[in-house]
Structure formats: structure tokens, C-alpha cells
Write a protein that binds this ligand. Structure first.
Ligand code: FES
Length: 124
């Protein structure tokens, strides 16, 4: 079952730019355009609950403004400490009529996935 929300026209969002949609999901989402494609992450760092949208986007990595952990916008994975887990990543679809987001998490942090530090499977 999908949980789809309209994002409106994001055609003015350029490469390397971000936009916050604060009314979507628990913490809002940050939508990023990289190489022409839209990607979206939950707008909340997994380390200490800081809005990632206040950080900077460097290529496909969104860097947290507080302690510098990086998150890949294409899958939500963390680049390393101090974050020890990724953030939810969502599919964004863009058409001539606008963009929409499906809040079913993609990547490693899907419900039921069982990964821990460095992507190793949890054993307990
Ligand atoms: S709050 Fe994001 S790295 Fe610490």
C-alpha cells in the first residue's frame, strides 16, 4: 500500500538544491535534485534529531549541520560516525504535472530490515 503525497511543481529546483516539505511525514522531508533526479530523505538526522535540510548537499551526500555525518540521498545510507544508521529515503516521481513522493521507505531502513553499524546484519 502506497502513501503518496503531492509535492507540487519542483521544476525550478536546480541541481544541488534542496527544498523542505515540512508537512509530510513525522519530521518532514527534504527533497534534493542531483544530476537532474529528485531524491528525498526524512528531514531528521539519525544521530541527534537535527534537520538535515539545514546542512549542505555535496554531490549525492547531504551533510548534517550539527556534527557532520553524511547521508546518501539516493538510498539514505550513512557515511559513518557519528551517525550509526541511515535515514529513511523515499521515492520521488516527477512528471509534467508536478512531483509526488511515496512515503514507503526505500533502501536499508525499510520496516523489517535488520541492519546495524556499517550495514552488518543485527544478531539480536
Ligand atoms: S546530529 Fe547529525 S551528525 Fe549529529
Amino acid at each position: 500500500m502506497s502513501d503518496t503525497h503531492e509535492l507540487g511543481d519542483l521544476s525550478d529546483l536546480g541541481d544541488g538544491e534542496m527544498r523542505v516539505c515540512s508537512s509530510i511525514g513525522t519530521h518532514g522531508v527534504v527533497v534534493c535534485r542531483v544530476a537532474g533526479q529528485l531524491h528525498a530523505l526524512e528531514d531528521n538526522c539519525s544521530h541527534a534529531n537535527t534537520p538535515l535540510s539545514q546542512g549542505r548537499l555535496s554531490g549525492t551526500v547531504l551533510v548534517c549541520p550539527l556534527h557532520g555525518a553524511g547521508f546518501d540521498v539516493t538510498d539514505g545510507s550513512e557515511s559513518g560516525p557519528p551517525a550509526w544508521k541511515g535515514v529513511p529515503c523515499y521515492a520521488v516521481t516527477e512528471t509534467d504535472d508536478g512531483a509526488s513522493i511515496d512515503l514507503t521507505p526505500l533502501g536499508r531502513d525499510r520496516p523489517g530490515d535488520n541492519f546495524d553499524v556499517g550495514g552488518r546484519p543485527r544478531t539480536r
